[in-house]
Design a protein around this ligand. Structure first.
Ligand code: PMP
Length: 365
């Protein structure tokens, strides 16, 4: 090694990190935003006024409660976290994924996740120098249990991430299949329930009581994406160990107070989630009936994945954008996703506008 300067990123950062693009967020200015699985409804006016009241005397000169005690009590009560489970918060579940992978870095054991899946598992593994192995789903996006169990036997992983339901497919696996993975995996299995508010099954009742199972949730999809709060429920020994890697005061005062307030009004958020589920069913049917849509993946989440004609994905995405509608083109993320587009369920009028724009974009190809 020469004694010269070595102050460029490529001198000091690993090539696999530099090869990775930064997390891309599309500019939605002026567009109907159906790209990021957000809840489309703002709070009713009277709730907003009460929230601002709850934020009064914010004591922003002080650090937040490092253990977020009041928030933890509310989350335990409202989200039915089992009494025997430990609970930990992250700045979004993204931060929890980072902490989990950081925790096992240096163990020599890899991280495994089905693919296509949530991209951050692989992104953060690479960032932290932990080997990552994606196990391909079946062509219908069902989990390939045999392939996953074989990979687990071969790799003896530290962590298997299973999104339940999965993103970007929206599929919810049979709980017995997930249970088989938890039992076969000698390491930990993180069941990522980001889309739990819209799904018919959850592993939360088993958190803390099933060896090797960690259940991760977020308030993002429920209607609080702007607050950035994720949480992890698991055996206390795991929560205690992971807590050593959590940055001090990672959950800011405004987030703690806002989510506490929102959870006291969970009925409003639950009503919105029910409306999203009803609209999802309508959207699934409408897409099935649309000429030019060649397949629609059954969804238990707040989004729908669908395919258009071969080679048409990018053009249809662009056509929608020209008509003022932003969805997500996932076509290049994985070979199984060629010509697939993902749309977040919006308000009824948003979904009507999307369907109209899609019909026009498909007709123009
Ligand atoms: N897990 C899954 C499966 C997701 O799709 C997402 C967001 N797209 C996240 C975790 C991250 O959510 P957040 O950081 O907003 O909590």
């Amino acid at each position: 090694m020469s004694a010269g300067r070595h102050d460029r990123p490529e001198d000091l950062m690993r090539p696999e990190v530099l090869a990775q693009p930064a997390y891309a967020v599309a500019d939605a200015t002026g567009l109907l935003k159906l790209d990021a699985m957000e809840n489309p409804w703002p709070w009713p006016g009277e709730l907003e006024a009460a929230w601002l009241e709850a934020l009064s005397e914010p004591e922003l000169n002080r650090y937040p409660d490092a253990a977020a005690r009041d928030l933890a009590a509310r989350v335990r009560a409202v989200e039915a976290v089992p009494e025997g489970a430990g609970l930990m918060f992250g700045n979004g579940s993204d931060e929890l994924i980072q902490i989990l992978i950081q925790a096992v870095a240096g163990s020599g054991r890899p991280v495994i996740a089905p693919e296509p899946g949530f991209v951050m598992y692989g992104v953060l593994a690479r960032a932290l120098g932990v080997p990552f192995r994606g196990v391909s789903l079946r062509p219908d996006f069902a989990l390939d249990l045999d392939a996953l169990l074989a990979a687990i036997r071969e790799e003896q992983p530290a962590i298997v991430f299973l999104a339940h339901p999965n993103n970007p497919t929206g599929r919810l696996e049979d709980p017995a299949t997930v249970q088989a993975v938890i039992e076969a995996n000698p390491g930990i299995t993180v069941v990522d329930e980001a889309y739990a508010p819209f799904a018919g099954h959850s592993f939360m009742p088993q958190a803390g009581g099933t060896a090797g199972l960690l259940v991760m949730r977020t308030v993002s999809k429920l209607g609080l994406a702007g607050t950035r709060l994720g949480y992890l429920a698991a055996e206390p020994a795991w929560i205690d160990a992971l807590d050593r890697l959590r940055l001090p005061y990672n959950i800011n005062t405004l987030t703690q107070r806002s989510v506490r307030f929102a959870l006291d009004h969970r009925d409003v958020l639950d009503g919105q989630a029910r409306a999203i589920v009803a609209e999802r069913e309508r959207l699934l049917q409408a897409l099935e009936a649309l000429a030019g849509v060649t397949s629609v993946v059954p969804s238990q989440a707040n989004f729908v994945l669908f395919r258009v004609g071969e080679g048409q994905g990018a053009a249809v995405f662009a056509g929608l954008r020209e008509r003022g509608v932003l969805i997500k083109d996932v076509g290049r993320a994985h070979p199984l996703l060629a010509d697939h587009l993902r749309v977040t369920v919006g308000r009824p009028e948003d979904n009507d506008r999307f369907l109209e724009a899609l019909e026009a974009a498909l007709a123009r190809r």
